[in-house]
Write a protein that binds this ligand. Structure first.
Ligand SMILES: Nc1ncnc2c1ncn2[C@@H]1O[C@H](COP(=O)(O)OP(=O)(O)O)[C@@H](O)[C@H]1O
Ligand code: SF4
Ligand SMILES: [Mg+2]
Length: 322
């Protein structure tokens, strides 16, 4: 059973204007080009797709680091209106982010306790002693030791740094955590530890996760629902169970068949995902996957398919895999 929708995205877009250069006129990069979905309280929604398909752009828009170019974002039923590009504080606190790079995301000149106390200083009335004890409590919750509080980031391993980044993201007790490739930079054994930690924290705090990853074995382990993105748009949306057992969009099928599955009796026919995604500066007419699609027909190069419900999932394709 699914919980209530804690976050709703309606046709979100984010465009970037590139500057005029010696190579020609400026252009519009449609990094995110229309994403609609619900995130349910306490659940994990994974966003998958090749590099450059707009995952991090979506993460920045959902975290309200950047405003959408168009579309609507609702948190707990409240529409986020970006007055002067700034979202309202209370709703802003509900969504926090953890980035991929555990080396770049922590300030090297601040101790762990200082970093964890910072959001409390800015957003709450807690005094110094209360802030310190809240930081120590969170340090324990992410599996670090009390003596770690007064150390600096360079004294920690990559996995420990991701624990610190998670702790910092949780200080304001958000309901939603956006995890942008949170384990991609870590060794496999460390990945497993961090995924276990995230799973424990999800249960303890009732967190909803948006888990961005290009690693389908990780996604399979943790996601309840999946959004497959291609060239700035969701092309398949549905439960992890359905999408892994029977991908319907030709892109999903190619992407998923390139990943070995644990059970060899269920191994799919290997379909090669050849070629590169199109250049955002020269988008193809019609379906963006057409230049690489084994099922392409004339219609695909003339019209863009919209995301529509098919057998319990949503797909954007005129000729889905049945
Ligand atoms: N600030 C920006 N200015 C111009 N183009 C951008 C900017 N951020 C992202 N892009 C472009 O938008 C597309 C999506 O990028 P991104 O969201 O980082 O993808 P992903 O996280 O899936 O790899 C890429 O083509 C990228 O080059
Ligand atoms: S619409 Fe056509 S080109 Fe696009 S994915 Fe479907 S079959 Fe392939
Ligand atoms: Mg990214």
């Amino acid at each position: 059973m699914s919980g209530e929708a804690i976050l709703r995205a309606y046709d979100l877009t984010r465009y970037y204007e590139t500057k005029k250069s010696m190579f020609g006129a400026g252009a519009t990069v449609k990094a995110l080009n229309g994403a609609s979905f619900d995130l349910h309280a306490g659940e994990t929604l994974a966003i998958v797709g090749e590099s450059g398909c707009g995952k991090s752009t979506l993460a920045r828009v959902l975290t309200m680091i950047e405003p959408p170019t168009s579309g609507r974002l609702e948190i707990e039923g409240h529409e986020i209106s970006m007055v002067g590009n700034k979202p309202p504080g209370e709703l802003r606190k509900q969504v926090q982010i953890v980035f991929q790079n555990p080396y770049g995301s922590l300030n090297p000149r601040k101790t762990i306790a200082t970093m964890l106390e910072e959001p409390l200083k800015l957003n709450t009335d807690l005094d110094q002693t209360q802030r310190r004890s809240a930081a120590e409590e969170m340090i324990a919750k992410v599996g670090l030791r009390p003596e770690h509080a007064d150390r600096y980031p360079h004294m920690f391993s990559g996995g420990q740094r991701q624990r610190i980044a998670v702790a910092r993201a949780l200080m304001l007790r958000p309901k939603i955590l956006i995890l942008d490739e949170p384990v991609s930079a870590l060794d496999l054994s460390i990945q497993a530890q961090i995924l276990n930690l995230l799973s424990d924290l999800q249960d303890e705090f009732g967190l909803a996760y948006i888990f961005i990853s290009h690693d389908l074995s990780v996604v399979r382990r943790i996601a309840k629902d999946i959004i497959v993105m291609y060239f700035g748009k969701p092309v398949e949306v549905g439960s992890s169970r359905q999408i892994f057992s029977q991908p319907k969009h030709p892109y999903t099928q190619a992407l998923f068949s390139a990943t070995p599955v644990a059970d060899p009796t269920r191994r799919k026919q290997h379909i090669r995902l050849s070629g590169e995604p199109p250049s955002p500066l020269a988008p193809p007419p019609g379906c963006a996957f057409a230049p690489r699609c084994p099922r392409v027909q004339d219609k695909c190069t003339q019209q863009a398919p919209a995301l529509e419900p098919v057998d319990g999932v949503e797909i954007a394709c005129f000729y889905p895999v049945s």
